[in-house]
Structures are given as C-alpha cells and as structure tokens.
Design a protein around this ligand. Structure first.
Ligand SMILES: [Zn+2]
Length: 287
C-alpha cells in the first residue's frame, strides 16, 4: 500500500539521514527502484513529473502500475508516490487518482499567491491524509520546460510557507536541476542553515541531486535536508548502459533485440545507481 511521505521524512529529519526521491518514467524504472528499496530495506519516494505521468498515459495508469507492483513484488518497505513540481490542476488530478504525496510548486507565483494556493493544498491533502511539499524560491535548471535560475530562497518567505502546515519544504539554495555547470558555486549552506532555523521542524528538500558531491550532501543533511531528489543521474546511467550494449553489437547477437534483453543493462544500471544513493543518503535499513 502506498503511504504518505510524512512519517518517513519526519524520521529521517530527526535521524539525520535523507530519503531519496527517484523519478520514474516507465515500468522498468519503477521496478528497478522498488526492488532496490526492498533489497536495502530503505523507505523510498517515487517521483512523477506531470510530463512523465502524461508519457505513461496519465495519473491513473501510474497509480495502477505502482500499487499492483507493490503487491506482485512483495514490497514491504514504505513507498510514497509523489507528484513532482505539480501545477495547481496537476495536484488536484494526481490526488484524485490516488497519489500518496503531492508537490505543489507555486514558486513561480508572487509569494502572496503561492501562499494562498499552498494554503488550499494544505487543506486538501490533510483531508486525504497525504503529504504535501511546497516550494519557495525557484530552483534553477529545467524541469518539464520550466526554467529557473538557481535562486536562494528568502528565509522569511520559507518561514511563512512552512507555518502553513506543509509536510516538507523545497527551498532554492543554489541547487539546480540537470547537470551542474563547470562554474557552479556549490550549495549555499549559510542560507540553508538560516532557512532550517526559521522553519522549525519542517524537513527540507534538496532538488537537483544529480552530481552534488558527497560531502555537500552530508552537510545538507546535517542542516535539515531529509529528502533528496534524483532524476537526471539515473537517466544518464540508463543511457550509458544501453549505449554500451548496442555499441558492443549485442542487440545483433541471437535474441539480443528482445526488449527484455535490450533494456536489461539499463535496468541494472538504475538499480546500482539507486543503491549508491541510498547508501550516500543513509536510508539503508531505515524502513
Ligand atoms: Zn525539482
């Protein structure tokens, strides 16, 4: 059964580790992440962007696939199905379809409007007993065509939004989506510390987890980050493994063209990548 991300993230926040959010794109992705979570006795959050949900046919298909997979694969670790960077309408639709966790990203609205819409979302998610992630200060890079600039969130705005009663808060601290550029300045730890102090016991979320060095991850966790989003990194690992298989001509040998064989190296690469992140984030054996 899918669960709200609230308990797993509150435990992580108190225990000074983080739960990974790994974005899914299809059945192979989902299966690889769920099996790895179970093998490592780790809680896990499956992230689904609106674009990925559309790609997989829609929110209902995603909920149906994931819930059935939990049963068929005997997954017993806590699993939350989370809408990533949801719009107002997307959040309503995903909730209706059965997602157990929602991110409403109102960071592109003026703060008053972000607060008004997030307030509504707090009420709606509380009625359903599901978790809610809000965002303050746009996170840079590109997510489903929404481009931001690696901002540092305003501490007072973070405080205001956390006090609405959101489960978790994503705040820009110089992190960006996708690959980090050569001249990246690193995470703004002073800002993170201020935000953590201002937001009480609300766990914080670090978006754009791809390629952030391990020591920065550890420091971010020590300063209140309890959820780390990983998306691009798994895509790159899947791509590399698939490329190697084809470049080695394995798709031309025997039944190497069989999609179950063709996608197997990428599947294993995702599993290895997720395991590595779970170890780095400290969520192994925390289910
Ligand atoms: Zn993000």
């Amino acid at each position: 059964m899918l669960v709200s991300a609230k308990d797993m993230l509150q435990k992580a926040y108190e225990g000074k580790y983080a739960v990974g959010q790994f974005n899914i794109n299809n059945l192979e992705w989902t299966k690889a992440i769920l099996l790895t979570a179970q093998e490592n006795n780790s809680p896990v959050i499956l992230g689904v962007s609106e674009g990925a949900a559309k790609y997989m046919s829609g929110y209902k298909t995603v909920v149906g696939m994931v819930t059935a997979m939990l049963e068929d694969l005997n997954i017993t670790v806590p699993v939350a199905l989370h809408l990533d960077h949801g719009s107002y309408q997307g959040a309503l639709d995903a909730m209706e379809a059965g997602f157990s966790s929602i991110m409403f990203d109102g960071s592109h609205y003026p703060i008053e409007e972000n607060i008004a819409k997030t307030t509504e979302m707090v009420k709606l998610t509380a009625e359903k007993g599901i978790s809610l992630e809000a965002e303050v200060g746009s996170i840079g890079g590109e997510e489903d065509g929404v481009v931001g600039k690696g901002e540092i969130a305003d501490t007072e705005e973070c405080k205001q939004v956390a006090e609405l009663g959101v489960t978790i808060l994503a705040a820009g601290i110089g992190n960006i989506h996708g690959k980090y550029p050569e001249n990246w300045q690193g995470l703004a730890f002073d800002a993170l510390e201020d935000i953590n102090n201002a937001t009480g016991d609300t766990p914080l979320v670090l978006h754009g987890g791809t390629g952030i060095p391990g020591d920065m991850i550890a420091r971010a966790i020590s300063l209140g980050v309890a959820k780390i989003n990983v998306n691009t990194e798994l895509q790159l690992e899947f791509q590399e493994a698939t490329r190697k298989y084809i470049e080695a001509g394995k798709d031309l040998e025997g039944k190497g063209f069989d999609p179950r064989k063709l996608l197997a190296p990428g599947f294993e690469a995702i599993k290895a990548g997720v395991k590595e992140k779970m170890e780095l984030f400290g969520s192994v054996n925390k289910a």
